[in-house]
Design a protein around this ligand. Structure first.
Ligand SMILES: Cc1ncc(COP(=O)(O)O)c(C=O)c1O
Length: 493
């Protein structure tokens, strides 16, 4: 039996963040908030789990926070659910969405589920592109998206922009996606609530650090909220989300975390500028930046992953190929690691070569005997002259196998002394002097030790080696796998 065909729209791939496969210590690619102290599970009663959940008290609690009536509030399964309902209720194949972009990808996806036309308006510099947005609107516009602070750029629209937009959208609904609003002093929520053609969508995923709870909410006019209630599942939230969500609203977001993010955001932007990046002025819990022109966003994603830090890049989106977005961790330890990683990537001081990479490369094909040591390490060989050039800028180290007793046979002492400033074995990498170091190796076993020592591990395997071996090095935590150690010259800036 054949699988029945789904409709073409869903043949395309689902939402996915393209991630490096290596182990990650700090996830700074999802704009998540801080880890909160555990919630009191005991407050949940068995009865609450047995019955279909009731959101009405939570909606009343949120309404009170904003000075609204409960009919003006809808709680949803994350802001994603809110956005999906808004697109379902206000878009169709006869309507269009005005979408300042780049912006949150799911809005565009949900619009396409409704078969609506998506009209993108570029928004890549400070200042909301109001004239372009207004000029794209027509009688078929069902929805105008204002994501502020915007993801991924962190840019904001002003209250004045919003008011002009609301006053000029007689038929269209204006969607204010304000899930990052706690991080800015320039919020739009209060201004938005004055208009019956504007809805605001918010979330506990960011400032409250509760992305796993899946709790979002929409604020707006009772008629709009009633339509959105009808446009989704009747019991979208689980009982634990309702109980813990209510507790989170009572506590409010962690003010220390918000202050810390504001510091990190400014400090990180400055550090990135000094390193040759071009950051945008962000009001979210993240910084978006164009990378230096010689490299791609994907290159930096991989480099940070090699040091155990996940950052966001968009290798699949041509317009964002040269950008990255880094979430502010909001904690000192992770932030110190992030800054150190930036230094290691941008300004390595030393490069450590695993001796095996030279020896392996001297064996071009399996089964052929290695070239003799003399040509490999002779005064004018490729290896020595190459290393001599590198040595002018970096201190070079040589990494040995502790079980390799034949060093004098492998490399003449005179070259050893003249080329390398220090030697290390694979089990004592962390004993090396602490400096920004790139480690070039073909041995996956020494990668965890290198990462512990905060060295950037880089794999080297010739192109003829099967892909699965390269993947093994990446999974162990190598930032990249280069075809030859000589690639390093192209990779250093
Ligand atoms: C702008 C924006 N809106 C909505 C969401 C979805 O939030 P939630 O986790 O509440 O579904 C995100 C998540 O990253 C976002 O960046």
């Amino acid at each position: 039996m054949k699988t029945p065909p789904c409709i073409p729209l869903f043949r395309s791939s689902s939402y996915q963040v393209p991630r490096h496969p290596g182990p990650i210590r700090w996830r700074l690619d999802g704009n998540e908030g801080p880890l909160e102290p555990s919630f009191a599970l005991s407050e949940m009663t068995a009865q609450q789990l047995r019955n279909y959940p009731d959101c009405s008290q939570l909606e009343a609690q949120i309404a009170q926070l904003y000075g609204l009536t409960p009919e003006q509030v809808l709680v949803t399964a994350g802001a994603d659910d809110a956005l999906s309902r808004i697109c379902r209720a206000f878009l169709s194949s006869e309507r269009n969405l005005i979408f300042p972009s780049p912006s949150f990808e799911m809005i565009e996806r949900f619009a396409k589920w409704s078969q609506a036309e998506v009209r993108r308006v570029p928004w890549l510099s400070p200042g909301f592109p109001l004239p372009a947005v207004l000029s794209q609107m027509d009688g078929q516009t069902g929805l105008v998206a204002v994501v502020s602070p915007n993801n991924p750029t962190g840019l904001t629209a002003s209250t004045k922009d919003l008011c002009r937009l609301a006053e000029n959208s007689s038929q269209a609904l204006v969607l204010v996606d304000a899930v990052y609003e706690e991080f800015t002093e320039k919020g739009l929520t209060q201004a938005a609530l004055k208009y019956t053609n504007v809805v605001v969508c918010r979330s506990l995923s960011k400032a409250y650090g509760l992305a796993g709870l899946r709790l979002g909410y929409v604020l707006g006019a009772p008629e709009v909220i009633s339509a959105l209630r009808a446009a989704g599942m009747p019991y979208a939230l689980s009982a634990p989300s309702i109980v813990w969500g209510s507790e989170a609203f009572t506590r409010g977001p962690n003010q220390n975390y918000l202050r810390r993010v504001s510091f990190e955001r400014d400090d990180l932007s400055t550090r990135l500028s000094h390193a040759g990046f071009t950051p945008l002025p962000s009001q979210g819990n993240f910084v978006f930046a164009e990378v230096p022109s010689s490299r791609s966003g994907l290159w930096y994603r991989n480099a940070f992953a090699g040091l155990g830090i996940a950052i966001r890049a968009w290798p699949e989106d041509e317009s964002l190929n040269s950008a990255i977005r880094i979430s502010c961790p909001g904690n000192e330890e992770a932030y110190a690691d992030l800054c150190q990683a930036l230094g290691t990537i941008e300004q390595p001081q030393s490069i450590v070569f695993d001796l095996q990479v030279f020896l392996k490369e001297a064996q071009p094909k399996q089964g052929t005997p290695p070239r003799t040591q003399a040509p490999l390490w002779s005064d004018n060989s490729v290896v020595t002259s190459y290393l001599r050039t590198l040595k002018e800028k970096y201190s070079l180290g040589l990494l040995l196998n502790p079980s390799d007793p034949r060093l004098p046979e492998l490399i003449p002492e005179s070259q050893l002394k003249s080329l390398f400033s220090f030697l290390s074995t694979k089990t004592s990498l962390s004993a090396l002097p602490q400096q920004a170091t790139w480690l070039i190796t073909n041995d996956e076993k020494c990668i965890p030790e290198a990462r512990k020592a905060k060295n950037l591990p880089i794999g080297v395997l010739p192109q003829i080696v099967p892909e699965r071996q390269r993947e093994r090095l990446r999974r162990a935590g190598a930032a990249f796998v280069w075809p030859s150690w000589q690639t390093i010259e192209e990779q250093l800036r």
